[in-house]
Write a new protein. Sequence first.
Length: 417
Amino acid sequence: MARWELAGRLQVRETLTENTSQIRNLSGVNVKISGSTTGSKWREWKTVRTDEEGRFSLVMDKGQSRRRFKIKVFLEDQFLRVMRPRFLRVARDQGEKESAPIEVLRDENKRSGNNIDFGVIILDDQAVNNVERRHGCRAALWYTAKHISDELLSHDSWLGFDEQITIVYPSVWMTSGMGNRARIASDRFGSTPSYNRTDVIHEIMHIWNYQHNSGTTDWVTSGWNGTHNRQERPNIAFHEGFAQWASLSLQHLLWSGGQMLPANKFWVSSNNNGPEVMSLAEFERSDFCVESALAFLMHPTPNLLTFGTATASSNGTARNVAITLAPAISIAMICPRQSLDFWEVLQSFRGGQHDNWPTDWDVGSGDFGLLRFLDRLSDIYPTQFPQESKDTYIRVLDPTTEEEFIDNCSPATRLIR
């Protein structure tokens, strides 16, 4: 018998999460190592899992015969699975997972025992070979979803995914997130119109919403008529607007995405690319307006934002609100409190934090949209987002008003002694 010590490292070169190519560690994936003395019949030695740096290793006592080695990777753990669609799956070997393996190495050089280091194995989502590129894309999807999952868990175990989510790429369906499955579409020629970080994270956060709300099964099938129409039921509009807001927020928090800005009232009311929203009732029935409202809620300096009016833009033809530069010398101002962060907004989905909200965020009624969600935030976070702040916030968003956030601020006063 001989002591065999094998090691290596798995990484992906991805263009999904940043504007330039990045090397990421593939942590938490299953690595199946097989050996062969003939090159025709392979025997599985062991399946191990990579650590946070993508490293894997195993120690086995085997015969001294020199061997060839093969390494397959499974993108799967208890919370996440990334898989190819059915039409691209090969016949499964006995014991292999539905996620289907990615063969990342086949070493035809016969090796002896002791220390064998396979070095760094890098998958690439921009590989020239079509099969290799798709493997790289799936590995990049694993990294992205795993990083989000780990970050959610690091803030609160309740925020994590409580059931395994599945990401299918490339999907023959349109890009969608339903139940616990996200499908990332590709056309039949192999290009990837939805292989971008905004769409991918958007679908992942749809699944997060499904797993952390109540009443979903009462309305999800309404999506067959589309969920990005100019006007939707408030609960549908909130679900879509939330997913987009969460996607852009996570890009800002975890990678290099910019700070989100809400839209000005002129653009919101416009029928030239805008959602043509003319009232507060229509506002909460627009997924884009929900996204804009949540961006306003999270902005660190709302007193510097200028929304304009439905007939007078605050920022020319641009969609976003205008930002006023803070004066070099300014009078201290007291403004409505508005200090929620991204994680607190997600945490508000959890039921039982206030007597008015005993269940997880309820979406079972078509009327349960943005305005009801703001009531929930105000009850759960009376210090960070009190009732008077919520009322101000709604008035500023209402496209029928000319109100600005700064209008509700007043100079701080001091006693003169």
